[in-house]
Design a binder for this molecule. Structure first.
Ligand code: FE
Length: 290
């Protein structure tokens, strides 16, 4: 008989209310002090408001280097334009996956004047050998994201990685992209359990953006993660088991840690301070506008 070990809930994190870009109100869920613990993930922001004063300013032109941004739009419309000539509209249930690589300057601007805008931006680190790769991006429309309905009544949107044999919208070879990110959006349509395989050692966390979810850990441990809370999961164990009631929505994000030094200066994330100085110089010399 195959033995499985449940992941435990290790810690509950309350995000920090802040503003970024041109005054966009958001909650920074994954902050810089958690970057080592949640390697390869560098940041997670949750924005959600029906007040245009909270999001109307958007994110005008700004640079990035050395990592990837993954923007998941739950509701609303945002237009993306970058210095590599890419442009796309991100809306209702879609994802934009951008590899900044050696450098892009881009803008992320709302295309709505009213209504709800809600979504997430995740920063995923690149391994040192990929940090200076050519910029790349892909717009993934909502209908391109595979969905699975479990017999228990849970709808799973597989953005990246794999859930019970269903492969996500973004999947790349492990030799080039060793972090192998799992990104699931889990909707509990009724009171139900949910199970997901997680490779032991992969760093993993959940973020509950509606309702509340119980983590059913090893040795009958059971802990509740409330709304707008992140739950950091233990690194050992190979299965996550959740239990939640109808209406609960949870992001599950996991990946293989890079175990490399992390040096961050604002929108630049490299391995060393010298590389950050180089990034600032290259940006100031206009070398991001390929
Ligand atoms: Fe950006």
């Amino acid at each position: 008989m195959a033995m499985t070990t449940h992941r435990n809930l290790e810690k509950i994190i309350t995000g920090q209310a802040t503003r970024d870009g041109a005054g966009v109100k958001l909650t920074r869920v994954l902050t810089q002090d958690l970057q080592q613990r949640l390697d390869p993930f560098l940041m997670l922001d949750h924005f959600a408001s029906d007040d245009p004063n909270d999001y109307g300013g958007g994110f005008p032109d700004h640079p990035h280097r050395g990592f990837e941004t993954v923007t998941y739009m739950v509701a609303g419309r945002m237009r993306h334009q970058d210095s590599a000539g890419h442009e796309g509209l991100l809306q209702n249930g879609g994802v934009q996956w951008m590899t900044a690589g050696k450098g892009v300057i881009h803008s992320e601007m709302p295309e709505q004047e009213s209504g709800v805008m809600e979504g997430f931006q995740l920063w995923l680190n690149l391994p040192s050998h990929q940090k200076m790769c050519a910029p790349w991006y892909r717009d993934i429309q909502s209908h391109e994201i595979p969905q699975v309905s479990t017999p228990e009544g849970v709808l799973v949107r597989v953005i990246s990685g794999e859930h019970h044999g269903t492969t996500g919208a973004m999947n790349r070879p492990a030799d080039l992209y060793p972090t192998q990110p799992l990104y699931l959006d889990i909707h509990f349509l009724q009171s139900a359990p949910f199970e997901q395989f997680l490779p032991p050692g992969h760093r993993a966390f959940i973020y509950v953006y509606r309702g509340q979810a119980d983590v059913l850990g090893a040795r009958n441990q059971r802990h509740t993660v409330g709304a707008q809370r992140m739950g950091i999961l233990s690194n050992d164990g190979d299965v996550l088991v959740l239990q939640a009631t109808a209406g609960t929505r949870v992001l599950l994000i996991a990946g293989q840690p890079l175990m490399e030094p992390i040096a961050q200066h604002g929108p630049f994330v490299m391995n060393t301070r010298d590389e950050l100085i180089q990034a600032v110089q290259d940006f100031q010399r206009g070398q991001f506008t390929a």
